[in-house]
Ligand binder design. Structure first.
Ligand code: ADE
Length: 225
């Protein structure tokens, strides 16, 4: 998979993409993530990318020309399955959407900033708008990190234990069961006996029941899906 990210702040991604699963996925060649600084497509020496909104009002708007010049150059070399704009107005990111996007070959992600991007970009060049939650971030970069992480960990071969992503919370609309590791007794706080029993069938049953119980208590809406 290839993920291209257009941003005004490529440095914001460096830490997030340099550790753990996202790093390993790149090193092992499961994903190529390319960061593109929008200012490189500015049309003047001041590297302008934003301007005042027509009709007045607070905040700046990302201009159509640098974004479209950048999109056109990238699209001349790669055919993208989706051109995604991160925005609080977008469809809500959830596990089914992450699953769907993880099957794509090439994704292009545009991070907005300031008051947003010129509407003409949204109507003519963006194929999908995605929100990571009902709150407003200062820009799309954090959301792009979240989106990239949820997608990349689902690419076959990225996780060591292939079944591990399948048992994640939300894969079956169930939250994950509790997990424990050594010691079995920490200052009197004990690990449930069933997990020490060695009975795989009973352990699987217990985990399922715990998942259902936890989901009922914390996110009952998921059970009706
Ligand atoms: N940009 C600003 N807020 C956002 C959100 N909640 N989701 C995605 N992109 C955003």
């Amino acid at each position: 998979m290839q993920i291209d990210i257009i941003t005004l702040f490529p440095e914001m991604f460096e830490g997030a993409f340099s550790y753990s699963i996202l790093k390993r996925a790149q090193t092992k060649g499961h994903v190529v993530i390319r960061l593109h600084n929008l200012r490189d497509w500015s049309f003047n020496k001041h590297k302008t990318v934003d301007d005042y909104p027509y009709g007045g009002g607070a905040g700046m708007v990302m201009m159509v020309e640098p974004v479209v010049r950048c999109l056109e150059e990238l699209r001349s070399k790669t055919t993208y399955d989706e051109v995604i704009y991160l925005s609080p107005d977008g469809e809500m990111l959830n596990q089914p959407l992450a699953n769907q996007l993880s099957t794509r070959q090439n994704l292009l992600i545009l991070c907005g900033h300031y008051k947003g991007i010129d509407e003409r970009i949204r109507t003519h060049f963006i194929t999908r708008e995605v929100s990571i939650g009902d709150y407003v971030l200062s820009g799309g970069e954090m959301a792009a990190v979240v989106l990239t992480d949820t997608i990349v960990r689902l690419i076959p071969g990225v996780l060591n234990d292939e079944t591990s992503a399948l048992s994640d919370s939300y894969q079956d609309n169930l939250l994950s069961p509790p997990v424990y590791t050594r010691p079995a007794d920490f200052r009197g706080l004990k690990v449930p006996d069933i997990l020490l029993s060695g009975n795989d069938k009973e352990i699987a049953k217990w985990r399922y029941e715990q998942s259902v119980e936890r989901t009922k208590q914390r996110r009952p809406g998921l059970l009706s899906k």
